[in-house]
Design a binder for this molecule. Structure first.
Ligand code: LIP
Length: 282
């Protein structure tokens, strides 16, 4: 693993966190992300069907999503039974330590369903309320198809394998490669498309993976310059946001008269993009 890892400093939430070395927490996050990712890949190779839909007919869940989240939950409960848990597929537990594991067992579910090689397992440990200002202290994002494992600990840097990650700096908006994503509801996508129409002519180009966690890791790795999206949940971004921050970038969620949106990237570029999005009525 790359990078020194520091104990949780500052105002520890409890004696438990004060004495807990982030290295142990990061190792746990990594181990469960890789194990769940390997399980999901095995299920993908055997063939995948839709188990149910959620917010819309496009918002699908597979049995593998549920099985991977159950695996992660069982491993975390065995190792750290007093921590909270917030999983996309419904595993929720109150925290007794002030720490909550925030998990997307398969981020990029539609890509997974279509066997497109762009999906990931995202595991973060968040200090505070994941829905209201909580910040990850460790995070791991694993792409089982490519084998790429992105990791970060607060103060310990962001890593892809042994490579230290750094966001692109000094990029002007008009030369920025911008990533975004779209919601599951058609009426929201129509609004998002109108925003993209206003952005696309003012930047280098736009990209869309279909996994927020991988989009954030791409920003951290300098593969795109900046990423914005709205209607994401903590499980989509908790780990990737820490990876971006530890790569020298910012991750901000901006309230808006329209739809609140997040922006991730180098600070000055993120601010330029925020201004454009607000101007476009985001
Ligand atoms: C996905 C996000 C992606 C977004 C998709 C979807 P899921 O999460 O990672 O950024 O554009 O609409 O929300 O549902 O695959 O875990």
């Amino acid at each position: 693993m790359g990078g020194a890892v520091h104990p949780i400093e500052g105002d520890p939430v409890s004696d438990d966190t004060a004495s807990t070395d982030l290295a142990d927490l990061l190792e746990l996050a990594t181990a469960v992300a890789v194990e769940a990712g390997e399980l999901a890949l095995e299920r993908r190779r055997a063939g995948v069907t839709v188990a149910a839909t959620k917010s819309s007919i496009e918002d699908i869940v597979t049995e593998a999503d549920r099985e991977a989240e159950a695996l992660i939950r069982s491993r975390i409960d065995a190792a750290r039974p007093d921590d909270g848990f917030l999983g996309e597929e419904g595993n929720v537990a109150e925290s007794r330590t002030g720490l909550t594991w925030v998990v997307d067992p398969i981020d990029g579910t539609v890509n997974y369903f279509y066997d497109r090689p762009a999906w990931s397992v995202s595991v973060a440990l968040v200090e505070g309320d994941p829905w209201n200002g909580g910040r990850a202290v460790v995070g791991a994002v694993f792409n089982p198809v490519s084998g790429e494992l992105f990791r970060a600990s607060r103060g310990g840097g962001a890593w892809l394998g042994e490579r230290r990650l750094r966001v692109n700096e000094g990029v002007a908006l008009e030369l920025a490669l911008v990533a975004t994503g779209y919601a599951y509801k058609a009426e929201t996508r129509i609004r998002q498309a109108s925003i993209v129409e206003g952005v696309i002519g003012k930047v280098r180009d736009a990209r869309r993976i279909g996994s927020a966690a991988l989009e954030l890791c791409d920003v951290a790795a300098g593969r795109t310059d900046v990423y914005y999206e709205n209607e994401l949940s903590p499980w989509d971004y908790a780990a990737g946001a820490l990876i971006v921050e530890e790569a020298g970038g910012r991750f901000d969620i901006h309230p808006s008269a329209g739809m609140a949106f997040m922006v991730a990237g180098e600070a000055a570029l993120g601010e330029q993009l925020r201004g454009l999005l607000i101007e476009l009525g985001q």
